[in-house]
Design a protein around this ligand. Sequence first.
Ligand code: F6P
Length: 341
Amino acid sequence: MRIGVLTAGGDCPGLNAVIRSIVHRAVTNYGDEVIGFEDGYAGLLDGRYRTLDLNAVSGILARGGTILGSSRLERARFAAACDNAKALVEKSGFDALIPIGGEGTLTAARMLSDAGVPVVGVPKTIDNDISSTDRTFGFDTAVGVATEAMDRLKTTAESHQRVMVVEVMGRHAGWIALESGMAGGAHGICLPERPFDPADLVKMVEERFSRGKKFAVICVAEGAHPAEGSMDYGKGEIDQFGHERFQGIGTALAYELERRLGKEARPVILGHVQRGGTPTAYDRVLATRFGWHAVEAVHRGEFGNMTALRGTDVRMVPLAEAVTRLKTVPEDRMREAESVF
Ligand code: F6P
């Protein structure tokens, strides 16, 4: 068989581990040829690819990013190409395609599948917000980075008697904020799922200082927002790429707390640090398992599905099921954190 692989959307630690696993299983066990499309779906549409043999994936298990490159989807061009899926497949001559990506990538994978392309998806995102899978690789690494940052910030915060507002990734779902906030012992956690009131955070900080504590750390997801009328937090401007550019919630909240508390506060935006660098052992193992199962599914002809972690098992689930809604943090998980929301 000739199997195509691509990585699309925002990168994530563990992508190379999946690619390596696919190549090892497909080449060694089945004698397949694996081709890697460059820069996500752009490479598929342009017919830009290279052969991935064992040497091509040697030494990449622990490497962050993706050796294939990635890009965001050009929707209009992609939809037009789906109209002639047969030509798309013939252009590169593959028998099966394994797209590795997040919600956008898997939605596109579903479109390809509906158009008749033999597709098996592999979910990835540091946000852990893809429904149908209990975990995505990359999440554990991101949580580890954010936790370590909070551990470090506590010592400098205490020295200067400051409030640290740590902004982590998560535009629509607050999984990274929830778990890193819990692991890092944040005194307040703000998630996109539940609007927060800065007055509650002020109360929490004042209570801490009144019992002799000299600092506070608040973990806020980038998509968290204040409750209506609780704080002035405006909209940003749209830049030349169509992205909204505005003062992020971490910065806005730090300044707001500083003003209300009369104590120094500092925003710390962790940003893409959470997505870079080497994956944790957990993410390497999950990524490797997903790659292995994706190849098995290809050889069983189970197309239109993606790999998913259910409990401790890897299963195949329909792409249609996976991309209908985002997996957000439920109320009971927020309550377990026992923090200020
Ligand atoms: O979806 C993964 C993610 O890292 C989000 O947490 C974040 O909001 C977004 O991607 C950042 O995207 P970009 O790399 O395009 O700035």
